[in-house]
Design a protein around this ligand. Structure first.
Ligand code: SF4
Length: 336
């Protein structure tokens, strides 16, 4: 927490925020059909500029990962996008023909997931799996063993030749995540979606992986969409942050400003829940209750059953987004 308040995020290098964003998600809705509609994402919107790092933050079940998967229509059936646009480099990915979308996945947009051990196939050697990713997008000639070795060197694997031949279970968690990063970077993506990329790793390895991602981002000039519940990580790496709750963005802005001067009670609750090293270090402040199930979103403001500031309007009227200062947005009747 102390670190969050002191840090001024500066990641993403020089970013032109006035230019058309590389990724622009507008009013995205994702539903899982059942007897009653399960609305996992309910009008989410955010942008990522070329070369920028942007975070989506919130508790489990807030719709972050489903939003990230929906970018390239990776949400498994019966989930589907029911409305909204996902503009990437001038194309609406929500409506792009499937064959074009498949070409785009793994080349222009890549993903790193939380659990490298479950993302890698246990029966194939690490080198083979990265070569397959290369071969899919570059053909056989662009997927040489030397290229994979070079990628392994780029992501800091100490003995690239040994790692080429290793099966996933012969690699540590940190090495497996580096292989996943190598696979994600194989085709030099313009956008890397990193979904809790360090959660399964110990603290030392987390720091190494984050430093690696920051270095690769600078060198390759790619944008990063970081999905996380870890505000300290957001403070370290993201230029802008979007706070998600119950399937939509409830607060957005530059990371330093949102974390220093949160406007939405949910953001305040998330910040209060971060353990402190100084002050009342013995006391942990949680947010009462839990994120609503997407099939049972409360009427009015979806946060009202948990909100310490709830007023007369909150249970009846869904707050509209309000914009203030440069790039700040909040959805709350009583944010002032
Ligand atoms: Fe809380 Fe009401 Fe604001 Fe919702 S609209 S966050 S319930 S004060």
């Amino acid at each position: 927490m102390d670190k969050i308040m002191e840090q001024s995020p500066a990641c993403g290098g020089a970013v032109d925020l006035s230019a058309t964003p590389l990724l622009s998600v507008e009013d995205l809705h994702v539903e899982f059909s059942a007897a009653a509609p399960i609305r996992a994402v309910r009008g989410a919107g955010f942008t990522v500029a070329a070369g920028e790092t942007v975070a989506l933050v919130g508790e489990s079940g807030s719709g972050k990962s489903v939003s990230a998967l929906a970018l390239t229509r990776l949400v498994a059936a019966p989930g589907r996008i029911t409305a909204g646009r996902v503009m990437f480099d001038g194309q609406d990915l929500a409506r792009l023909p499937q064959a074009e979308l498949v070409r785009l996945r793994g080349s222009a947009i890549s993903y790193i997931f939380q659990e490298p051990a479950t993302s890698l196939n246990p029966v194939f050697r690490a080198g083979y799996q990265v070569r397959e990713a290369l071969r899919l997008h570059r053909g056989r000639r662009g997927a040489g063993r030397e290229m994979v070795e070079e990628l392994f060197r780029l992501v800091g694997l100490a003995d690239p030749r040994r790692c080429l031949r290793a099966y996933p279970h012969e690699l540590s968690g940190g090495m497996q995540q580096r292989v996943m990063i190598a696979m994600a970077l194989a085709c030099r993506p313009r956008l890397l979606v990193a979904d809790e990329p360090t959660t399964a790793l110990d603290v030392t390895v987390q720091a190494q992986i984050l430093a690696l991602l920051a270095r690769l981002q600078r060198e390759l000039g790619m944008a990063v969409l970081l999905i996380t519940h870890n505000l300290a990580l957001v403070a370290d790496v993201a230029r802008r942050v979007n706070v998600m709750y119950a399937g939509r963005v409830v607060e957005a802005g530059k990371t330093g400003e949102v974390l220093r001067h949160p406007a939405h009670p949910y953001t305040c609750g998330l910040l209060a829940a971060v353990p402190r090293l100084r002050g009342d270090a013995d006391e942990l402040h949680g947010i009462p209750g839990s994120v609503p199930h997407p099939a049972h979103i409360p009427p009015g403001c979806s946060f009202h059953p948990r909100c310490p500031r709830a007023g007369p309007l909150c249970a009846r009227v869904d707050p509209e987004p309000e914009y203030f200062e440069e790039g700040r947005m909040v959805r709350c009747h009583y944010w002032k």
